[in-house]
Design a protein around this ligand. Structure first.
Ligand SMILES: *[C@@H]1O[C@H](CO)[C@@H](O)[C@H](O)[C@H]1NC(C)=O
Ligand SMILES: *[C@@H]1O[C@H](CO)[C@@H](O)[C@H](O)[C@H]1NC(C)=O
Ligand SMILES: *[C@@H]1O[C@H](CO)[C@@H](O)[C@H](O)[C@H]1NC(C)=O
Ligand SMILES: *[C@@H]1O[C@H](CO)[C@@H](O)[C@H](O)[C@H]1NC(C)=O
Ligand SMILES: *[C@@H]1O[C@H](CO)[C@@H](O)[C@H](O)[C@H]1NC(C)=O
Ligand SMILES: *[C@@H]1O[C@H](CO)[C@@H](O)[C@H](O)[C@H]1NC(C)=O
Ligand SMILES: *[C@@H]1O[C@H](CO)[C@@H](O)[C@H](O)[C@H]1NC(C)=O
Length: 794
């Protein structure tokens, strides 16, 4: 058997029935790749369900991903392309339907290094405390489908994990000519899909499967974090070295800055994706001058008598005005109270042309202008300039080169905003809405707009054309720009062409106009702020606001969970992008690579239709998150400690449990103090019958996940309880038993021995999901609490 390639081995198992016996003899645990599994049902944590596929006559084939090679602390998180499944399987199922009854997953080092699958008996499983499988998304496609990357239009669809793009399988045109039109052309595999994956059961009760027509390829996007201390070695020979987890370097923000425990560290703080000194590290840990994270405040000229949020200093005031393109003749800081100047930051444009910017830290009775008579100027770096005067009508003066067209687009910072645009050339002034053709790099001329402008003059002096025009304040249609009395600042883009004929521009630039009332002060206020997360040198900044579901349905916003926006974000996927090193900038990158592959064993049966009876019902995916729809969430430590602030919960007081935390005993310092962090999500489902429900949560703090129905007559009736089975470190007996790492026996329902019967949840059934985590001493970034389920709707 030793030299038989895996494809051949699979073929023998599949084609020659008696080889099942060979396999059973070879592997006393049955044909399962990872040994036996536990299965739950309803509230029961272990039921006597037969998890041994081979004993039920199911067949299998194995697939390996391309190589994953990482450094210590490195994140690997990318799509690994199209990979063929074994040719024998493709041929056997051409034009037929495969019923995938389950699958198993492992991560293995192979020998020879570049030949995964050639000598499977040489495969060495990579311990989960070497390479943490954060999660994976896997697909199988077939002859009638392909995987494509698309823009993710739905903010509550978190399968894109914070990226604007996501992978989906789509039908090819041939899909409509198939024999089994109701059978899917592709399947996705993403249940119990993380650190728990190897020992969590991914199979279905009798008569249920994931059906796929003419399968031929599989795909995987794994997210892996390398946590193997390189002093212990990272080759197959080293699996017996440092079998008690030996942490390597961790960035200061790991474990909320509380450091690696002196004894009994069973997991790496790196697997929680702490933002760090290379990207996104919090000032609470890295000091106020760190460039990795800061708050950007936004200032604007407002048409209001006073500021809701005043600017905080003279410097900020003068800079904010300068950034509006307003050239101050004088910057004045009031040294005593004055009723001539409003409180805070203001600009006064006087009739003699002086522009005075004042910062007044004192209270004042003077109010800012709310007049709609306003004027502003802007000279772009391209040489185009625009002047706007607003009263009962708008008067717009545009000037630029006489030898080509030039134009300005209103309320835009790039072409993709499709702005209302004024174009000037030797024959006149034209309006259009600029378009884009598919992508930003690909400008289209857009559509000409019906005109409401009057040209007052169009003259050329010294090679400079100046056009003066008037236009009503309100635009003709919604494609036309409307001047708004409350909007005293307008962003512009400007471009110059190569000739008089409007076409692709030669140069373009952006600018901003501040519309100021003369002889009256105009208030400059703080109007918002953005949290910026950046590289160590302040570049490559990122910012976001997630679509966290508000109360009473979701709890992340009411608990101020730091995951919801980049201002408070302290750890998780957004700091854990592909190829990032989860270390501080001053921690060296070790050169030794850990090289391995994802390995999946798919179990299947042939799909048969006899009359109106089918051998298997397909199980579509049913997916909800207790952390709706953030895709992840933080479990802060129960208490802030002196000198140990909680990143994400700035200035959290001592001796006060963090939001979501409930404690018993003498807390925070008593030996009997025990704390649990809880989140809850409520939603409704209609006409579904659950067959499989798997929770996804991370080692090592998960206590339980619960799923309830809460309709009349079934108030808070437990449907499924997921309790992790923790590894005890007995890896001599079971290589998957790494201390602290978990398996999650999924809930199954059906007619098989041991299972509770499935129930049809009627229309608008209220559901409640609850997730509990321990957080007495430590917190956890980027935890997950999703319900990865499958079922039918009859
Ligand atoms: C794939 O589909 C095409 C056309 O739909 C068909 O001609 C071909 O035989 C199919 N091949 C397999 C392997 O299913
Ligand atoms: C095994 O680990 C120890 C540290 O515990 C280290 O000194 C030794 O070099 C390692 N062996 C190999 C082969 O890497
Ligand atoms: C006012 O302050 C701004 C921002 O610091 C500066 O750019 C400008 O030159 C100053 N103007 C005068 C006249 O000092
Ligand atoms: C400017 O554009 C934004 C969208 O980019 C829009 O929400 C806003 O209403 C526009 N303002 C005006 C005055 O047209
Ligand atoms: C100026 O632009 C308009 C509108 O695009 C166009 O019809 C006209 O021919 C242009 N003038 C010249 C001299 O090219
Ligand atoms: C900042 O660092 C990144 C990589 O860490 C580098 O690519 C970039 O050039 C640096 N930018 C500046 C302005 O130094
Ligand atoms: C469950 O339903 C009952 C009755 O409608 C309601 O009072 C209770 O608040 C619900 N529980 C939860 C956790 O939503």
């Amino acid at each position: 058997m030793k030299e038989v390639p895996i494809l051949l081995l699979a073929l023998i198992v599949i084609v020659v029935g008696c080889n099942r016996i060979v396999n059973v003899q070879k592997n006393a645990k049955g044909g399962n790749m990872n040994g036996r599994y536990l299965v739950a049902s309803g509230g029961n944590q272990a039921v006597p369900f037969n998890d041994d596929y081979m004993s039920k006559g199911h067949e299998y084939f194995d697939v390996y991903s391309p190589e994953i090679a990482t450094h210590y602390g490195e994140v690997f998180w990318t799509d690994q392309g199209n990979n063929l499944i074994p040719q024998e399987i493709i041929d056997r199922f051409a034009g037929k339907v495969m019923a995938i009854t389950g699958y198993e997953q492992d991560q293995v080092m192979v020998y020879p290094l570049d030949k995964p699958g050639l000598n499977p008996e040489n495969d060495v499983s990579v311990p989960i405390n070497w390479a943490y499988n954060h999660h994976y998304m896997a697909w199988m496609t077939g002859n009638h489908s392909k995987l494509v990357k698309i823009q993710n239009p739905d903010p509550s669809d978190v399968s894109a994990h914070g990226s604007p793009m996501k992978w989906v399988a789509v039908d090819l045109p041939s899909a409509k000519d198939r024999e089994y039109k109701n059978v899917p052309t592709s399947q996705m595999f993403s249940e119990g899909n993380g650190g728990e994956s190897r020992k969590s059961f991914h199979g279905y009760p009798d008569g249920f499967a994931q059906l796929i027509d003419s399968p031929d390829k599989w795909h995987i996007t794994p997210m892996q974090i390398d946590t193997r201390n390189r002093d212990c070695g990272a080759t197959p020979q080293d699996v017996h070295n440092c079998t008690v987890f030996t942490p390597g370097d961790e960035p200061r923000q790991a474990r909320y800055g509380r450091g690696i425990p002196k004894e009994g560290a069973i997991y790496s703080g790196i697997l929680e994706c702490p933002c760090n000194g290379r990207f996104g590290g919090d000032p609470a840990i890295y000091g106020p001058s760190t460039k990795t994270k800061y708050t950007q405040h936004h200032y604007a000229l407002v048409v209001e008598p006073s500021c809701k949020t005043p600017t905080k200093s003279a410097t900020i005031c003068f800079d904010a005005v300068a950034n509006l393109g307003v050239k101050a003749t004088k910057n004045v800081t009031m040294v005593s109270s004055s009723s001539e100047v409003p409180s805070g930051c203001s600009v006064d444009s006087e009739s003699d042309g002086l522009i005075i910017v004042s910062y007044n830290e004192f209270k004042s009775s003077k109010q800012c202008s709310t007049s709609s008579k306003r004027t502003g100027n802007l000279k772009f770096s391209t040489g185009v300039s625009i002047k706007i005067e607003l009263s009962e009508v708008s008067t717009i003066t545009l000037s630029g080169p006489a030898d080509a067209w030039f134009g300005v687009g209103f309320n835009a910072t790039h072409m993709a905003d499709k702005p209302y645009t004024l174009i000037v050339n030797s024959t006149g002034v034209y309006k259009r809405q600029i378009g884009t053709c598919g992508s930003e790099a690909d400008h289209c001329p857009g559509t000409p707009l019906k005109s409401s402008i009057k040209i007052v003059s169009n003259t050329v002096v010294d090679g400079v054309r100046t056009a003066v025009l008037t236009r009503p304040l309100k635009g003709l249609t919604k494609e036309h720009y409307s001047f708004n009395a409350l909007n005293a600042q307008i962003n512009f883009i400007s471009a110059i062409g190569s000739s008089q004929v409007f076409a692709y521009h030669k140069v373009h630039t952006t600018g901003i106009i501040a519309l100021i009332t003369s002889n009256e002060p105009n208030c400059i206020c703080e109007v918002g702020e953005t949290g910026m997360m950046c590289d160590n040198n302040g570049s490559n900044c990122d910012h976001f606001v997630k679509n966290c579901v508000p109360a009473p349905a979701g709890e992340l916003l009411s608990q101020r969970n730091p995951t919801c926006n980049s201002m408070t974000y302290a750890g998780g996927l957004q700091c854990c992008k592909h190829k990032r090193i989860m270390l501080d900038a001053d921690q060296p990158i070790r050169p030794e690579l850990l090289r391995y592959h994802m390995k999946f064993r798919f179990w299947f049966q042939e799909y048969k239709v006899v009359g109106a009876k089918v051998s298997h019902h397909d199980l579509p995916r049913i997916y909800y998150q207790t952390e709706a729809w953030a895709g992840e969430y933080d479990i802060p430590p129960a208490f802030a400690l002196p000198g140990k602030p909680i990143p994400g919960y700035n200035n959290w007081p001592l001796n006060t449990p963090t939001p979501g935390t409930k404690c018993t005993g003498n807390c925070p310092s008593g030996d009997d103090c025990e704390c649990v962090h809880t989140i809850e999500f409520k939603w409704t489902v209609s006409n579904i019958r659950l067959i499989y429900a798997g929770g996804h949560c991370h080692a090592p703090a998960c206590i339980a996940m619960e799923l309830y129905r809460n309709d009349t007559g079934h108030e808070m009736e437990l449907l499924c309880r997921q309790v992790p089975v923790f590894g005890k470190g007995n890896i001599k007996e079971n290589k998957y038993d790494e201390a602290g790492y978990i398996a999650l026996p999924p809930c199954l329902w059906g007619d098989d021995t041991g299972l509770e019967p499935s129930v049809l949840l009627p229309k608008n059934t209220p559901m409640v999901a609850i997730k509990h985590n321990r957080n007495t001493k430590v917190g956890h970034f980027g935890e997950m609490a999703s319900w990865q389920m499958r079922g039918v709707n009859f």
